[in-house]
Design a protein around this ligand. Sequence first.
Ligand code: AMP
Ligand code: MN
Ligand code: MN
Length: 322
Amino acid sequence: MRHDAAQWDEAVEALRAAPEVAIACHVNPDGDALGSLLAAALGLQKLGKKTYASWSGRSAEPLATFGFLSGVDNLLLPDDLPETETFLALDCGAADRLGDLEPLARKAQTLINVDHHPGNDDFGTINVVIPNASSTAELVADLLRDAGVEFDRDIASCLYTGIVTDTGRFSYANTRPQTLRLAANLLEYDVSAPDIARDVFESAPFGYLKLVGHILERAELVEDARFVYSWLTRADLDETGVSIEETDRLVETIRATRAVDVAALFKEQPDGRWRVSLRSKGPGIAEFARARGGGGHELAAGFTTDDRDEVIEALAEDLRNR
Ligand code: AMP
Ligand code: MN
Ligand code: MN
């Protein structure tokens, strides 16, 4: 058993025993979701298994940020995932994060839920949920190892990408000694840390700079709540040529001031609602997100709302009262 997960060995055994595995991560995947998905697919293929990997909402469009990862060419469209006895769900804090793939996952005899979100509702038949793991990629690394997979450069690059993105380049509280030990080990497989940093953090289209400009310009400080917020609209995306997939890290730009503990970025969705990204340097914000139908980690969470002003008021009030 590793990571104090009661069902760790069962998960390893199930993966070893399965001749084919369908694998999915959460909707609108981030670096950890994609890195974990691709590493799992590549690793299980090395054990001679057939794998089918996708996520709900995936289109045939090339990936905006993570197209450099190995194995992206073998990703399927979600409708093409077959029914399999074994289904591996990655980085999903709840079953509904599988989106339209949830029913297919539920049909599997063995549904393995590998995740690091606190509050995960153990929706699998086998659950490996470790909230203090830096990333799902960290868990996938150890699961693959225990299943007998020999790492190579492609697998290690996917895993490193998952870790470096979910830890904010090894800067958040989830960066543990074993996180850095694993990252160091992954570099032994000829993974290039600077290449991945460039591909992930320094490859945005030029319009991204203008978009950052809009967000910084609009930032509002709620001083007594130590809270900052800003927003981006569909018109901003049209004007700057940035796709919504490329806006994942934008919320980081407004937390850079010592005037705040909490940052919120509101992103207008095609349906006019607002997706809210919350980041904190201390006060837990997952509960606030969960109460509004979202979820996440104590210091990084998200949800969707119709009413931006209500959220700003409620969050400020919540933070003042702590
Ligand atoms: P984001 O601000 O989109 O990067 O999300 C921050 C964290 O919250 C990530 O770990 C997400 O997995 C999680 N999260 C975001 N939105 C939701 C949601 N609607 N339901 C559950 N978890 C979410
Ligand atoms: Mn994720
Ligand atoms: Mn994650």
